[in-house]
Design a protein around this ligand. Structure first.
Ligand code: 8WW
Length: 158
């Protein structure tokens, strides 16, 4: 029986570019990723997504402009935690990305995403993210560098 923990992940996109951040500390340190973190007990998932984005790269989004594009689950062999990650994307934002203590932001061409310096699963589901169609994915890891099994399914609606 897994212990579910809820997280957000936000991707800011332009026509053919995506904003990623290099995680400077904590879980996923030294990997490029979207912006996100834990959902606190006193907030909605969408408010948490907007909060984490602002905290991590100083960009402002309206919660209503965030599209829930994916529901990802991560489990790790021998560990009780199930990471329940709600992924959002938007092309509507205010401000200029700034480096913080948490993240160093950088725009990447959609065809130049640094998958070698990202979580292993990302290269499996980024094509779905770029298609803009909602999807579900579950990835079961052994350690942090090996995926034992996974599934990805398009969802009619999130
Ligand atoms: N892209 C991606 N992200 C995560 S964790 C995202 C949620 C999170 C959790 C903790 C701090 C900040 C953000 C992953 N875990 C396993 N594969 C993964 N791929």
């Amino acid at each position: 029986m897994h212990v579910k923990k809820l997280f957000t992940l936000v991707f800011i996109q332009k026509e053919n570019e995506i904003l990623l951040g290099l995680k400077k500390r904590g879980f996923g340190m030294n990997k490029w990723n979207g912006f996100g973190g834990k959902v606190e007990p006193n907030e909605t998932i969408i408010d948490a997504a907007a909060r984490e984005l602002k905290e991590e790269c100083c960009l402002i989004v309206k919660p209503g402009d965030l599209k829930n594009i994916a529901h990802l689950e991560f489990t790790f062999e021998g560990q009780p935690t199930l990471m329940d990650v709600r992924v959002f994307s938007t092309k509507i934002f205010e401000g200029t990305p700034k480096e913080t203590e948490e993240m160093k932001p950088k725009w990447f061409d959609n065809d130049g995403v640094p998958f070698d310096d990202m979580w292993l699963d990302d290269k499996l589901w980024f094509p779905y993210l770029f298609q803009g169609k909602p999807f579900f994915g579950h990835f079961h890891y052994e350690g942090f560098d090996k995926i034992l099994n996974y599934k990805i399914e398009e969802q009619v609606s999130m």
